[in-house]
Design a protein around this ligand. Structure first.
Ligand SMILES: [Zn+2]
Length: 292
C-alpha cells in the first residue's frame, strides 16, 4: 500500500505521496527495464496526486505519445487512490555509457501529454500539452501551467536497488492558489532548489508529514521551527495499484464485435482469450458464451 498526504496553506495546496508498493507492482506486472520503470513509475506517481483533485466517480487518464524508445504510456487513476497503467516497449532501455545511468527523458523523448478527465459528463475534458523534457514531473507541471493556468511544482522519483527491485518511489506536487503572494513564491522557489531528491528523502526515513514540514520550513529564519506560513493536512490515505477488470467487462466489449468476425475467430480455435492491458489477467471465452 502506498500513502498520500494532502493539505494546503494560504498560498498553496500540496500533495505528497509514497508509491513504492505501487511502482513495484507495476514492475512485477509489466516487467519493465530499469529506465522504463523509472519513467512509468513517475507517471503513476504523478497521476495518483492528480487523482486527488477529482471527485466521486471521476477518472483521470494520462497518456504520453513521444519519439523516444518508450513512446507510449497510459495511466488511469480514480478519486479513491487507485491507479493502473500500461506502456509500450516496457523492456527496452538505453545503454549505460561511461558508467552513467540513462536518463528517463532520453528513453521517453519529446512529444505530447494528453490529460483526459472523465467527470461523468457527455464529453470528457481533454487537455493536450507538450512533453518538454520527457522527465515526467516537469511535463506534468507544464501541463498544469499551460492547460489549467495553475503554476505547479511536480517532483517525482523512483530508485532501484542492486537487485532491480524498487527501493524508493514517491513525489510531491505543490500548486499555487490564485493570488499567491510574491514573497511566498520566492521562498518556495528557493526551497525547491535546495530540497534533496524525493527518493533520498524517503531513503533517509523521512515521513510524508516530515516532507510537508520541510517544504514549509522557513530557511531565512534562524528559528528552526519557523514556517513560511501555517498549513493544514486534510487527509492521509492509502493509495494502491488497482485494476477492476472482470470477465463481465470483457464480455460487454466482445459482444459489440460483429458476429461474423466472432464466428471466424472460433472456426480457428475453440477459445477466445483476452488479456487485460493493465494487470495482464487473462480471460477466455468459448463460442457459446458469445454467440449463444
Ligand atoms: Zn485488469
Amino acid at each position: 500500500m502506498g500513502k498520500l498526504l494532502r493539505g494546503s496553506s494560504k498560498n498553496a495546496r500540496f500533495f505528497i505521496v509514497d508509491t513504492k508498493d505501487i511502482v513495484q507492482e507495476a514492475l512485477d506486472i509489466h516487467k519493465c527495464s530499469p529506465t522504463a520503470i523509472k519513467a512509468f513509475g513517475r507517471l503513476l506517481t504523478g497521476a495518483v496526486m492528480m487523482g486527488e483533485t477529482l471527485k466521486g466517480n471521476d477518472l483521470l487518464t494520462l497518456r504520453t505519445n513521444t519519439d523516444g524508445l518508450l513512446n507510449q504510456m497510459l495511466v488511469t487513476t480514480d478519486a479513491n487512490g487507485g491507479v493502473k497503467g500500461y506502456l509500450s516497449n516496457s523492456e527496452v532501455d538505453l545503454e549505460i555509457k561511461d558508467g552513467e545511468v540513462p536518463k528517463v527523458g532520453d528513453l521517453v523523448g519529446k512529444g505530447t501529454l494528453t490529460v483526459i478527465k472523465d467527470m461523468g459528463l457527455k464529453e470528457p475534458y481533454v487537455g493536450i500539452s507538450q512533453m518538454v523534457s520527457g522527465e515526467i514531473g516537469e511535463d506534468i507541471a507544464y501541463y498544469y501551467y499551460t492547460s489549467e493556468q495553475i503554476p505547479s511544482v511536480v517532483v517525482l522519483g523512483v530508485s532501484l536497488g542492486s537487485d532491480m527491485r524498487v527501493k524508493n518511489a514517491g513525489g510531491y506536487m505543490i500548486q499555487l492558489l490564485p493570488n499567491a503572494s510574491e514573497s511566498f513564491i520566492a521562498k518556495l522557489e528557493a526551497k525547491i532548489k535546495v530540497m534533496r531528491p524525493m527518493t533520498e528523502l524517503l531513503a533517509g526515513g523521512m515521513s510524508l508529514k516530515g516532507i510537508a514540514k520541510l517544504i514549509y520550513d522557513d530557511m531565512d529564519s534562524k528559528d528552526e521551527l519557523r514556517l513560511v506560513e501555517d498549513y493544514n493536512v486534510y487527509e492521509e490515505k492509502k493509495v494502491s495499484y488497482k485494476c477492476n477488470c472482470s470477465k463481465d467487462k470483457f464480455y460487454k466489449g466482445l459482444i459489440t464485435i460483429n458476429k461474423d468476425e466472432l464466428k471466424e475467430i472460433f472456426t480457428e480455435k475453440p477459445e477466445l482469450e483476452v488479456e487485460c492491458h493493465f494487470c495482464m489477467k487473462k480471460y477466455s471465452f468459448v463460442e457459446k458464451e458469445l454467440l449463444g
